[in-house]
Design a protein around this ligand. Structure first.
Ligand code: PLP
Length: 337
């Protein structure tokens, strides 16, 4: 099977497993895991922030800033398509008590002026805005750096915190050549994921100021994310940052090849093709298309009424070429079943 469902399905490579096997460990809740500490130091340098903290998942990395800087009954400005709104079971509402305020966006990318229009200051009967959330990449799309800077300027003028969900920030960075540090400078805290295109079994990393990370450690503990000998998993993270970042470009090339094939078909209307993701609409029911491709050994998902194809470590050059061939040869009648 050629698996295009998500980059979260990536499996640790042999080299990664070897690094995990030989990792030094200690009790990370006491800050004594040397491998976890090394990974956090690498992340701190990469993001240019004062301190970095390993968290269990991307969801935890998004929730903690809402707990610390959002606040109960406070408004957080974000795009309607954002992961915190669509795919995190309402955790920011139920656990941190923040109120997401959804501003108009172009497939998840907000404009600074729309952000500013939706900021609420103090009024006796209104909730106040406390935070702005950006997501980069969002559905595979890269936030223009100037837009991120403009949003940060708005935030500074209104004394608001900016959290960036940078789950796939390395995809943005290898594509544009803009460093992760530069992207991170447009937010007060940023989380990125090791468990997606970078191919690790787990973990995300939250980076910000010393003060914020001190509080984030307490939130992580509250959420059940204080873990002990995590060096075994942190070693995978170090391996990924040393070996799997530049190769994300290959995933982007594979995405471009597949998108080009889809565009020629007549049955796929490609709406998004960027970094490692494709979203396409069709005159046929998407689930029928998904089922027809599954019969030919190609897996992808229906997401929000569109077909979603994600390239990752799961597919190499040969798999991509075969997929392109299957797309070109696909008989539309197969979608009528
Ligand atoms: C943009 C984005 N943010 C956050 C997450 C959450 O990550 P996790 O599944 O590790 O909780 C995901 C997961 O796919 C994501 O795509």
């Amino acid at each position: 099977m050629k698996d295009f469902r998500s980059d979260t399905f990536t499996l640790p490579s042999e080299g990664m497993r070897k690094a995990m096997y030989s990792a030094e460990t200690g009790d990370d809740v006491y800050g004594e895991d040397p491998t976890a500490n090394r990974l956090q130091e690498i992340a701190r340098e990469l993001t240019g922030k004062e301190e970095s903290l390993i968290v269990s998942s991307g969801c935890m990395g998004n929730l903690i800033p809402h707990m610390i800087k959002g606040g109960r009954g406070k408004e957080v400005i974000c795009a309607p398509e954002s992961h915190i709104v669509r795919h995190e079971i309402g955790a920011v509402v139920s656990l941190s008590g923040t109120l997401p305020v959804l501003v108009p966006s172009d497939n998840g990318i907000m404009k600074a002026e729309d952000v500013e229009k939706n900021i609420h200051g103090y009024a006796y009967d209104m909730s106040e805005t406390s935070m702005i959330e950006t997501e980069n990449t969002t559905s595979g799309l890269i936030y223009p750096i100037d837009t991120l800077r403009a949003i940060k300027d708005v935030a500074e003028r209104h004394n608001l915190w900016v959290h960036m969900d940078g789950a796939r920030i390395f995809n943005a960075s290898v594509e544009t050549g803009i460093s992760v540090k530069e992207y991170a400078s447009t937010a007060d805290d940023m989380t990125f994921c090791l468990s997606k295109g970078l191919g690790c079994p787990a973990f995300s990393i939250l980076s910000s100021t010393h003060e914020f990370i001190k509080e984030a450690k307490r939130c992580r503990k509250i959420l059940g994310g204080g873990m002990r000998q995590i060096g075994i998993l942190a070693a995978a993270g170090i391996y990924a940052l040393e070996n799997n970042v530049e190769r994300l470009k290959e995933d982007h090339e594979h995405r471009a090849m597949i998108a080009a094939a889809l565009e020629e078909t007549g049955w796929a209307d490609v709406r998004i093709s960027s970094t490692n993701m494709i979203f396409f609409a069709s005159k046929y029911p998407i689930q029928n298309i998904v089922n027809a491709f599954k019969k030919k050994g190609i897996l992808f998902l229906e997401d929000g009424g569109m077909g979603r194809i994600v390239t990752s470590l799961n597919v190499n050059d040969e798999d991509t070429e075969e997929t392109v061939k299957i797309i070109k040869e696909m008989d539309e009648k197969e979608f009528l079943a």
